[in-house]
Design a protein around this ligand. Structure first.
Ligand code: FAD
Ligand code: EPU
Length: 338
């Protein structure tokens, strides 16, 4: 039975822990719940917000519409020779799914250990960390089409994945609700230690032939050392994307800032570390009132107490201005601003 709540507090449902109220709020446990919900035409024409774990959102205001919290559960897998297809409900906690795979010895997701949030959001921004992106393990997803009430199946090419982006953030934003995701993993393990810090940590621990579990543990260890725990201090991970600029522009910058931290991107482009740019502007670990940037990672904006979404948003504006003045680069927000 669907229960629609009115004027519902979202403070405990976003990892920035800022207060915001939903005009209406509903939890969805099955695909049929979505069909039932949208059979009532009043919700077709309402503002809508799909909510998973609220770990990539900043509420700067109350939400004057219907918030739909995805709670569809269930994980199962099917083994075909060396390949494993793992299917999960959108409402499962992402890291519980990673643990399920790691404990079962299925490889592919271990570098994505400890990312907060839900399974259903994982394709939305093509989550990525430590040398792996979701697109590397994604097989297909089911998505509820709001306009027709039908479930559509998206394969990898339909999703148009790129760095922190997919069709669900662009052309199909607010048109589809992801209900279930299937991942293609492997029983043959080839460790991905391309991200330098992983190899360094394995060396420190004297691990020469890492297992899936070893990689998951090492990635989790590195993450905890760099990133604030949202249950203790409000944050949404990287607030900005790492900017991708043309090689020519990069060469000019490099001549003035030879230490600029950068990575290869697609042909003709270079990815710059936004954390480095922000740190160079003197922002790392700075606190202004209730808000600031994290002491170990300048790319992460934090709520030091009772910050409002607007205080955090204003801080992001000042940081964007400072980085632009110094480097001529305009940072783009990764976090969804509501
Ligand atoms: P939400 O914040 O609830 O929603 C995010 C967006 O997806 C919204 O636009 C929402 O409408 C949409 N959405 C959610 N569920 C669905 C659905 N079922 N169907 C359609 N649309 C939906 N991200 C990374 O990529 N890599 C990292 O390493 C990383 N590290 C992080 C570390 C910390 C400490 C924190 C707090 C965040 C980090 N993030 C990282 C960001 C965040 O964890 C991911 O973006 C995650 O996928 C968000 O999941 P969520 O369920 O909380 O999504
Ligand atoms: N750096 C600084 N100062 C800082 C932060 C970083 O100089 O304050 C430089 C350092 O040289 C550091 C390098 O940047 O070695 C890379 O830092 P880190 O390994 O923390 O990675 P990142 O590029 O800052 C990205 C993702 C993270 C992801 C990590 C690991 C984005 C926007 N962020 O951060 O994702 O966990 O790589 O792969 O791409 C997120 O999306 O929320 C997120 C946390």
């Amino acid at each position: 039975m669907l229960v629609i709540h009115e004027n519902y507090s979202l403070k405990k449902l976003n990892t920035f822990r800022v207060e915001a109220y939903a005009r209406w709020y509903v939890e969805v446990n099955t695909e049929d719940d979505l069909k039932e919900l949208f059979a009532d035409l009043r919700w077709q024409n309402q503002n809508r917000l799909i909510l998973g774990g609220g770990s990539n959102m900043l509420f700067t205001t109350n939400f004057d519409g219907l918030v739909i919290r995805m709670n569809i559960q269930g994980i199962e897998h099917q083994i075909t020779k060396d390949e494993v297809y793992v299917k999960s409900g959108a409402g499962e906690v992402w890291n519980n799914l990673v643990d399920y795979c790691v404990q079962s010895g299925f490889s592919g997701m271990e570098n994505l250990s400890l990312i907060p949030g839900s399974v259903g959001a994982s394709p939305v921004q093509n989550i990525g960390a430590y040398g792996v992106e979701l697109k590397d393990v994604f097989y297909s997803c089911h998505a509820f089409e709001i306009e027709t009430g039908l479930i559509k199946i998206f394969d990898k090419s339909d999703c148009q994945f790129s760095y922190r982006d997919s069709v669900f953030k662009t052309g199909f934003k607010n048109k589809y609700i992801i209900t279930e995701v299937t991942y293609k993993l492997s029983q043959i393990f080839i460790p991905n230690t391309s991200y330098g810090a992983i190899q360094q940590e394995l060396d420190k621990r004297g691990i020469i032939h890492p297992t899936v579990k070893n990689i998951s543990q090492v990635v989790s260890f590195i993450r905890v050392s760099k990133l604030p725990d949202p249950s203790a201090i409000g944050n949404a991970g990287s607030f900005f994307k790492n900017p991708i600029i043309e090689v020519n522009k990069f060469r000019q910058l490099e001549s003035t800032f030879p230490d600029i931290v950068h990575y290869p991107a697609s042909e003709g482009y270079i990815k710059i570390s936004a954390g480095w740019l922000i740190e160079q502007c003197g922002w790392k670990g700075k606190i202004i009132g209730n808000v600031g940037t994290w002491k170990n990672q300048a790319l992460v904006l934090v709520n030091h107490g009772n910050a409002t979404g607007n205080e955090l948003f204003k801080l992001s504006i000042i940081i964007i201005e400072d980085v632009k003045k110094r480097f001529g680069i305009i940072l783009q927000r990764e976090v969804n601003i509501i």
